[in-house]
Design a protein around this ligand. Sequence first.
Ligand code: PEP
Length: 257
Amino acid sequence: MSSRTPIMAGNWKMNLNHLEAIAQVQKLAFALTDKDYEGTDVVVLPPFTDLRSVQTLVDGDKLKITYGSQDISAHDSGARTGEVSGPMLAKLNCTFAVIGHSERRQYHGEDEAVCNAKVKAAHRHGITPILCVGEGLEVRKAGNQVAHTLAQVDGALEGVAAEDAETIVIAYEPVWAIGTGEVATPEDAQEVCGAIRGRLAELYSQELADKVRIQYGGSVKGGNVAAIMAQPDVDGALVGGAALDVDEFVKIVRFRD
Ligand code: PEP
């Protein structure tokens, strides 16, 4: 039995303004009981503009929900119009920052070097990266999903010290399963998540690899989460669409029921 605490994270993407964010977190906090947080980390990942509202609510009501950003700049300050830095996110008490989501790789050209710089930026400011990796459909059809995903892991972790690497969360998200309703089978998820853990053991140590939490992401819902979570190397879910539906997200948090 793994000692890793499952982590269920809701990526709201570019949805919900700062007022809607307050309502969403209030609904979620109302629906979740103390038991739900026992042994499971519950995380929301709102747009940047919502983070201050979420922080105020979480601090004011002493909620057990944690939160983070959907991206982070590789740079700490300066002439980087439109970017949000690690120090700014740390000031908002962000626990996590998503790095290398497939939508950022696709629409913003983020490659391994960018992800690597962002992972280091997050660590500089005590923020835990949720590093997203995973293959597109063509790569999957060619059967190269493991090699492709491990190359992304290698690139993003280049030069990252063990003490930082052991805190990271890695989300395996096959791109063909994101927002499509197409879910990887539990065996597909295990194949790549297991390979990621194996690579962490090679890069660092088995002890470190056994500590790192690896999520699956791609059309996770209340109805399919239990089978995915039953896989030995899957420690949580990164949830997009279903995170906007409080009832559905609560079912995901309650994957053991
Ligand atoms: C995501 O955005 O990371 C994601 C997995 O989306 P969805 O759950 O909608 O597939």
